[in-house]
Unconditional design. Structure first.
Ligand code: SF4
Ligand code: SF4
Length: 371
């Protein structure tokens, strides 16, 4: 049975030891980092830098605690993420969201280069075939995956599996483009965007949100650069009218996430990846969106494990016990189940975890150890 360490967000004593940074420090001692990582070993601390307007990322103070703990065993950590918008702009987003070398105490670098196409093709499974893993994540011998837990309109739930799957893969490969990148998870076939003129109100939110500035309306008709489009689906997700869609199906998407996570993790030897899930500021959508809504449930705390399936299951079990926060997107009288994230997205997100277990990435059975 896998161990999952839990540091609750609730403060019962007004001491540093009972604060979340203090509990994280203790939890990192408890997991015995030296059992996973060696002296002078380079370690990727993989997080998500967020976006301009989406500020509810893993807070720099927590990344600093992870970096300091790794330095404490004489390892060599650095903080990284893969490119989501133009690389230089993405580093500036990280800076604006407080993630830089001064705040986290280690270099902050891009996992797949300034152009987001520095990657290596790796065998995946029956859905994806092959996939472009960010070269830095492919090459580094060890990783601590720091995931901000939240909802997601397409994935339903976003935690460690999504951080490894989407975050360890590039948007595009220099030869086979989006078909070997994240887009391969998001869509099927040629992944053409479908526009419904009847529903469109010309609000231009899709145009504003495209990271490649690839959408243009000409004479009130939708157009986009299909050759360059990453199939990231962001334009369809922000459309308030459901006028834009990217073809795909939920079950395939969830399974593809698990498959991509498997490909990324296959580049590490056993016991070289640790997962930290931050159940804080749990908002309804991805940190790549142009805004972050108010949290839909109260902060739960921090989980740590070396089993990606166990930590995801433990996270979901905590979220299922949480209450919807007033004045948030989850504050709706017509809610039918106790599953807040499902109510928000109607997506079968548990498939991610079931598929990850089926692929042998870990076990849903865990022992929760409270710090
Ligand atoms: S899917 Fe939409 S937002 Fe994403 S790159 Fe293509 S046009 Fe831009
Ligand atoms: S976001 Fe949707 S409604 Fe707004 S312009 Fe784009 S397609 Fe039309």
């Amino acid at each position: 049975m896998s161990k999952v360490y839990f540091a609750s967000a609730r403060v019962k004593k007004w001491t540093y030891a009972d604060s979340m940074p203090g509990k994280l420090e203790r939890a990192l001692k408890e997991v015995n980092l030296s059992a996973h990582f060696g002296k002078d070993e380079w370690i990727a601390v993989k997080t998500h830098f967020g976006s301009e307007g989406s500020h509810r990322v893993v807070r720099p103070v927590f990344l600093r605690k992870v970096v300091d703990a790794l330095k404490g065993i004489d390892a060599k950590p650095f903080v990284t993420d893969t490119v989501r918008i133009k690389g230089l702009d993405y580093l500036e987003v990280a800076n604006q969201n407080g993630i830089n070398s001064l705040s986290v105490g280690a270099p902050v670098v891009l996992g797949d280069g300034l152009y987001g196409n520095d990657n290596i093709m790796i065998k995946a499974g029956e859905i994806l075939g092959e996939i472009a893993v960010a070269s830095l994540i492919h090459d580094v011998p060890a990783m601590v995956v720091c995931s901000h837990v939240k909802g997601h309109i397409q994935a339903g739930y976003a935690g460690a599996i999504k951080n490894v799957a989407m975050g360890g893969i590039s948007s595009s490969h220099r030869h086979c483009g989006w078909k070997c990148g994240r887009g391969a998870m998001h869509t099927i076939g040629e992944g053409r965007l479908l526009w419904d003129e009847e529903k469109c109100t010309l609000c231009l939110q899709c145009e504003e949100t495209c990271p490649l500035e690839g959408i243009k309306f000409d004479n009130e008709m939708f157009g986009y650069n299909e050759d360059d489009c990453w199939r990231c689906g962001r334009c369809a997700r922000v459309c308030p009218e459901g006028a834009l869609t990217l073809q795909g199906d939920d079950e395939r998407f969830m399974k593809a996430l698990a498959e991509a996570a498997m490909s990324v993790l296959s580049t590490f030897k056993a016991n070289k990846v640790l997962y930290i899930n931050f159940l804080t500021e749990i908002q309804p959508e991805c940190d790549c969106m142009p805004a972050a809504d108010v949290p839909v449930m109260q902060d739960q705390g921090i989980l740590i494990s070396d089993d990606i399936v166990a930590i995801e299951q433990a996270t979901i079990d905590l979220l299922l016990n949480a209450k919807p926060l007033p004045q948030s997107a989850a504050d709706k009288p017509e809610r039918q189940s106790g599953d807040i994230l499902f109510e928000l997205s109607k997506k079968p997100y548990l498939i991610q975890i079931e598929e990850a277990e089926r692929l042998g990435l870990g076990s849903k059975h865990y022992e929760l150890i409270e710090i």
